[in-house]
Every structure is written in C-alpha cells, then in structure tokens.
Design a protein around this ligand. Structure first.
Ligand code: AHR
Length: 329
C-alpha cells in the first residue's frame, strides 16, 4: 500500500479518507499528505489520554505525521489492551504500510504481532516496550530508558538525605500496573536506594498515571501513614493529584513531604518552580519526528537501530524557574 500516485488521485483520496472501523477505543483518520508523489500510511495505536505527557505525545505524533506527509490513522485505546489489539488487527486488515503503537502493558502481544509479521507489515514500538522474547516481531523501539529515570529519582533522594541517619519513610505512586514505565521506574528507584536501610518504602500502589487516582491513593496513604517523609510518583499528574491530597490533609507539599516525580510537563514544572515538588526527572513525549523518520526507513526496507533511546535531563526547583517560560509541553 506504499503508494506512488499522482497529485490528482491523491487529492481524491484525501477527500475520501475514512476512519478505521470496529477497532475499539476511538478512531480518527487524517490524510496528512503534503502534496508529494508518494505517501506512507501509518496505523498508530495510542494508550489513551491519561496524562499531560500523553496529550503532548499525541500532538507530537500528529504534527510530525503532517510534516512528514505521512497519512496517520490514529486510535485512542482508552488505556485498554483489548482496544489496542483490535486497532492493530484493523490496521492489518486495512493493509497500512507500517504500524506504530505505545503498548499499555508489557505482556500479551505475541499473537497480534505475529499476525502483523505474517501480513508483512512492519511494527515500531514507541514510548513503551513489550516483553516478547521474539524481537523480530518489531523493527525498533523508540523511547525513554525508564529504569534510568527511576535511578535518577533515587540518586536525588540518596543525595538529599546523605547527612541523615534517621529512617526515611517513602510512599510510591506507581503508574499503570504491568506497564513498562511502572515496572522500570520502580526497579531503577529500588536499585538505587536499596543499598541504604534507612530508606523504607512504607506504601506503594498504582495511581494509573492519572491525577484523580493520584489524589485518591495519596489520601488513603495519608490516612494510614502519619509519618510520610517522601512521595515518589511515577508521573507528574499523579504527583499533582497527591499535592491536592497533602494540602487537604493540612500538610505542606515540598516541605512536610518531599516530592519526586517523572515527566516535566508544564503543570509539573510550575509546581516545581512553586516549591511544591522538589525534583523532576524528565521523560520527553516529543517522539513524533523520530518516529516518522524511522517509519520512512522501515517502509523502504532500510536497516534501523533495534533501540533508539530518548535524550532526557532532570530539574531542580531553581532550574524549573529558568526554563518554565520556554517549556514546549
Ligand atoms: O509511558 C510514558 C508515561 O505514560 C508517562 O510518564 C506518563 O505520564 C504517561 O501516562
């Protein structure tokens, strides 16, 4: 379906562009071709719209497809694996040129990936990994090193409490259960603080990467644990929800309870600059341009690296104040 067609035919196809049917979640299809004589169709299955990060990631993918003259069929899985599997099957039926998706959880993808492979449609993993042993089921994985993000969070904590011998009571708001960022951010953090027995994770529960759940779970943590020193939230949104819970309990976020989060979206950076969060590990959602470059290469049959790791940094409160006005997302 990698088409070489005239501008006239292309204009006709643009007008007739239709949404993918029966794929679960919500689907849209945009023929974003920019007038060249060839086009690639990408089927993209997004996790959902659970966080500021996700919204920025969706925008990055949609804008980049437009700029690269790639026709994007987009499906929002509403954080359900079954919706992603339906969307991928729908893209296979439609014979798209390439499928990209950000897997909501790590396990359970082999069957549908095999179906794509049998149909000779290349697959690109973006943002999140799968745990399939057979790595030939996808061409490349573009995204952050989530274990390293967890390590960075842990390193800040170790440094912050380096002169203290008292116990440090930590509560953890995990991301979506079974997702790569939840598994890896937990592992990297644990690995880094694990050598010092003063660090104690006294409660750890999923907040599903959403603000509402972050607030709800933090309220429960506060009720059953009077002596919380630190909150480690796997994303800004859960941290922001937790801040509401902490303030509601009459405590001062950033002081009575120190807060570390991951992402560095604008709302998180504002809270960091305001002193309500103490440290943010960046996770960049701006994967669209690299994804489109990789897609063009795999459709042409060119070799691509098996793993493309996103470049990221970390922010203190002072650094957040400096960069807030120029933050893109
Ligand atoms: O997979 C990336 C994670 O998913 C982001 O950290 C989080 O905000 C999002 O929901």
């Amino acid at each position: 379906m990698f088409k070489r067609i005239s501008g006239l035919v292309l204009a006709g196809l643009t007008a007739m562009s239709v949404a993918a049917c029966g794929s679960g979640g919500s689907d849209t299809s945009a023929n974003t071709t920019g007038g060249g004589d060839s086009t690639i169709t990408m089927g993209f299955s997004q996790v959902g719209a659970e966080s500021g990060w996700r919204t920025a990631n969706t925008k990055s993918v949609q804008d980049a497809a437009k700029n690269a003259s790639i026709t994007l069929k987009f499906s929002d899985a509403q954080q359900k694996q079954e919706n992603q599997i339906k969307a991928i099957r729908s893209y296979i039926q439609q014979k798209v040129d390439v499928i990209a998706f950000s897997p909501v959880v790590e396990s359970g993808w082999d069957t549908v990936l095999k179906e794509a492979q049998n149909a000779k449609i290349p697959v690109i993993l973006t943002d999140r990994a799968v745990d399939s042993k057979d790595t030939s089921l996808y061409k490349t994985f573009l995204g952050s090193d989530f274990v390293e993000e967890g390590r960075k969070a842990g390193k800040w904590l170790v440094e912050e409490y380096k002169d203290s011998t008292d116990p440090v009571n930590i509560v953890e708001l995990q991301g979506t259960t079974g997702s790569a960022p939840a598994n890896d951010r937990k592992a990297g953090f644990q690995e880094t603080i694990g050598a010092e027995s003063k660090f104690k994770i006294i409660a750890s529960q999923t907040g599903d990467f959403t603000r509402a759940k972050g607030k709800e779970v933090m309220e429960a943590f506060l009720k059953s644990n009077p002596d919380i020193d630190v909150l480690y939230a796997h994303n800004d949104d859960m941290g922001l929800g937790a801040i509401e819970a902490i303030e509601g309990a009459g405590k001062v976020p950033g002081k009575d309870i120190k807060i570390i989060t991951v992402d560095a979206v604008k709302d998180g950076m504002q809270a960091l600059a305001d002193g309500k969060i103490n440290y943010i590990v960046e996770c960049s959602p701006l994967l669209g341009p690299q994804l489109m470059d990789l897609a063009k290469k795999v459709v042409k049959g060119e070799q691509v690296p098996a793993r493309v790791v996103t470049e990221e940094t970390v922010f203190t409160q002072e650094e957040a104040k400096k960069v807030l006005s120029t933050r893109q997302y």
